[in-house]
Design a protein around this ligand. Structure first.
Ligand SMILES: Cc1cc2nc3c(=O)[nH]c(=O)nc-3n(C[C@H](O)[C@H](O)[C@H](O)COP(=O)(O)OP(=O)(O)OC[C@H]3O[C@@H](n4cnc5c(N)ncnc54)[C@H](O)[C@@H]3O)c2cc1C
Length: 495
């Protein structure tokens, strides 16, 4: 029997993971990517001897990536080297204090005790609580499609149900964190993890404290050649396995016969496929590719709050700054106000928390000698046609002032090269609605259940993978999304 043909729309990490798995399972797979290179949000920029990762800067749950290489029969070390970080992040506070977050829990707990009014014991107890949430919910919510009968009706899911209170769905992250700690600095540090999926810690359920377990108990990693080495490696693996890639190929439509998808439209011509996997944003897929603005599935997204976007300055900087680590956070004074600016007023916060990632600190070739490549990011509201020239100019001033105040560095005159990513540019580049990085936000208790499932309930042969679908955004989750999608195709679309 002929191999079934699959079209994957988009070569983001989720699309690449699904393509590799499906090819290994014996499907004939073609990837269509509108940009000239793979990676989507995880791309790279070169400018005057500097190299920058455009999006992700920290890898968690490396076993997910390792398993993908293993599934493809490849050795990950032939492609990338993941390095576990001893120091995960250096936190700078408005009062001048500095806290280093170590991956060694005891060392980190002592650091918190030394610099705050909280005890080392409270940190250890807190990270145990985060581990419990992961152990209870990970299997059900991250690794499987929880709409499948077999995912819900099994002993593990039953055990989770029995322990549902431990998932802490009824408190917000901030409330839960405030119950473990007294010092505002410790609370702000742990509240920050809501931003890992573009949410608001003052609204998101405490279940999201699972993220801290992933980072502290399991570790944070960098890829020695920079994050872009990951999509580059996955593309090479996919090509070796026989996946066909079409770059500079924007898919303009998904064609269908009634409710069965039959192919895609690219450059004005129709190409027939048995199965279509969309790695494009879910809302974009419904509205622009399926032209299905009126269905319940599509309209749902009009009412749901989207996750945040980002405003990023990629600065090539003259000089070396030993006071900065690979990952650094310069906290805002009023965290609650910052999230209200982002989600309610939908403006760039007056006093944004600033994130600085410097990959040249571990990958020397990312910057010329005596220079550093600064990826300087603040959270931004999704694009609703704000005046981004004005917002960017304003943010640049706030950021430079904050760097001067907290780090005593006047860096402006040493910026040799500058590139900028706004929510509007991110939206154009990756077709993510509003430039939201993680699809819908997790600001409600039900958000995890409202995310687009990987197999379309309405269109036969249509599947979703990537950050706006189940189980969500971030490198490990979109790779898992590709796995869940491929497994569902194997189950429902026999080759
Ligand atoms: C600034 C920033 C910082 C981040 N930091 C981290 C981090 O530290 N750690 C972490 O784990 N994650 C981080 N993330 C999130 C992570 O990058 C994403 O969750 C992940 O890369 C998204 O993968 P995806 O599969 O959803 O695809 P995307 O990256 O969204 O890619 C989708 C691809 O589909 C293509 N496409 C869309 N529509 C079409 C079409 N019609 N035709 C053809 N092609 C199409 C797009 O061009 C794109 O290449 C960050 C993201 C950003 C932007």
């Amino acid at each position: 029997m002929a191999e079934k043909k699959v079209a994957v729309i988009g070569a983001g990490l989720g699309g690449l993971a699904a393509a590799i798995r499906l090819r290994v399972m014996g499907y004939k797979v073609s990837v269509y990517e509108k940009n000239q290179e793979p990676g989507g949000k995880a791309s790279e920029i070169y400018d005057c001897g500097f190299r920058f990762d455009t999006g992700p800067s920290l890898v968690t749950m490396p076993f997910v990536l390792e398993e993908l290489f293993k599934f493809a029969g490849e050795k990950i070390e032939n492609f990338i080297t993941l390095k576990k970080l001893d120091k995960l992040c250096r936190y700078f506070y408005p009062d001048g204090s500095v806290i280093d977050a170590y991956s060694d829990v005891q060392k980190f707990a002592s650091e918190i005790e030394k610099n705050t009014t909280d005890s080392a014991g409270s940190v250890v107890a807190y990270l145990d609580y985060c581990r419990t949430i992961y152990n209870l919910s990970g299997e059900l919510f991250l690794f499987k499609s929880f709409t499948e009968f077999s995912s819900i009706f099994n002993a593990k899911a039953f055990y989770t149900l029995l322990n549902i209170l431990k998932l802490d769905t009824h408190r917000t992250m901030h409330r839960a964190n405030s119950s473990f700690f007294n010092d505002g600095k410790t609370i702000q540090l742990f509240d920050r993890y809501a931003t890992y999926n573009g949410s608001n810690p003052f609204k998101a359920p405490a279940t999201l404290n699972i993220i801290q377990h992933v980072e502290y108990n399991m570790g944070g990693y960098v890829s020695s050649g920079g994050i872009y080495s990951i999509p580059k490696a996955l593309t090479a693996v996919a090509e070796n396995k026989g996946v066909e890639f079409n770059f500079n190929s924007e898919v303009n439509g998904i064609i269908r016969n009634g409710n069965r998808v039959t192919g895609i439209r690219v450059d004005g011509s129709e190409k027939l496929y048995d199965i279509v996997v969309s790695n494009s944003d879910v809302k974009n897929t419904y509205n622009n590719l399926l032209k299905d603005n009126n269905s319940r599935a599509s309209k749902k997204y009009d009412d749901l709050e989207m996750s945040t976007s980002a405003l990023v300055f990629y600065w090539g900087i003259k000089g070396n700054y030993p006071g900065l680590e690979i990952h650094n956070i310069l906290f805002s004074e009023d965290y609650r106000k910052e999230f209200s600016d982002l989600f309610d007023a939908k403006i760039i916060p007056e006093d944004p928390t600033v994130y600085i990632y410097i990959s040249s600190k571990f990958n020397g070739s990312d910057a010329p000698e005596n220079c550093e490549n600064w990826f300087v990011m603040i959270n931004a509201p999704r694009n609703i046609n704000q005046n981004w020239n004005y917002e960017t100019e304003k943010a640049r001033k706030h950021i430079l002032r904050k760097i001067k105040n907290l780090l005593s560095i006047d860096v402006e005159a040493d910026i040799i090269t500058e590139n900028i990513l706004t929510p509007e540019i991110l939206e154009k580049k990756t077709s993510s609605t509003g430039g939201s990085i993680y699809g819908i936000s997790s600001n409600t208790r039900l958000a995890a259940f409202l995310r687009q499932r990987n197999r379309s309930g309405k269109y036969k042969g249509l599947y979703f993978t990537g950050g706006s679908a189940h189980p969500g955004g971030g490198i490990p989750l979109v790779l898992l999304s590709g796995k869940i999608t491929a497994d569902l195709i194997k189950k429902y679309e026999m080759n």
